[in-house]
Ligand binder design. Structure first.
Ligand code: FES
Length: 173
């Protein structure tokens, strides 16, 4: 739980690369492993030399990404567990479509030409100020929890609720 005496956000460096390694980054997708903790990271370099970076860890159930051989633009990686795809030039998952975005690291260049990937950690306000569970009152809606990715329409009086996999849902009036 977040200690109210501590700042609501802080940052930590998850990967440091020296100038030689930075110079060897190729255009497109690069996989890099931290020698400190053994974690893998993805660094995407566009044609202007701009860098984006994220963890090599799928948001679905933590699978590892590999290059997607069907991706001709060199921007998409594919999860080895259930084959979700992530466009690392936008950090949006493209399969399932319009679902998650991947959390990005800040890419900080050092004066010497190296770089650091910095994770900004924001404390969850729900954990910082927990509230007691409230009992549902008569007439309040309950939403079942689905364990399988998929789409389901649930028609209620004036609302149409579309569930897209088990983490997101959209409500249309
Ligand atoms: S863990 Fe990546 S698609 Fe399921």
């Amino acid at each position: 739980m977040h200690d109210p005496g501590q700042p609501a956000r802080h940052s930590r460096t998850v990967l440091s690369l020296d100038p030689e390694v930075v110079g060897s980054l190729k255009d497109g997708i690069n996989f890099k492993k931290s020698t400190d903790d053994g974690m893998w990271y993805i660094i995407y370099k566009d044609q202007q030399g701009e860098l984006k970076a994220c963890k090599n860890q799928c948001k679905h159930q933590g699978g590892l990404f590999i290059k997607d051989i069907e991706d001709l633009d060199g921007r998409t990686v594919r999860c080895t567990k259930h084959y979700w795809k992530l466009n690392v030039s936008t950090m949006c998952y493209v399969n399932p479509p319009e679902s998650f975005t991947q959390d990005e690291f800040e890419v900080v260049m050092t004066d010497e030409g190296g770089l650091k990937l910095v994770e900004v950690i924001v404390h969850d306000p729900w954990l910082a100020e927990p509230r007691d569970l409230q009992k549902l009152q008569e007439g309040e809606m309950t939403v079942p929890w689905f364990c399988q990715p998929g789409v389901m329409d649930n028609h209620l009086d004036k609302l149409q609720t579309t569930f897209i996999c088990h983490h997101n849902f959209c409500v249309e009036q």
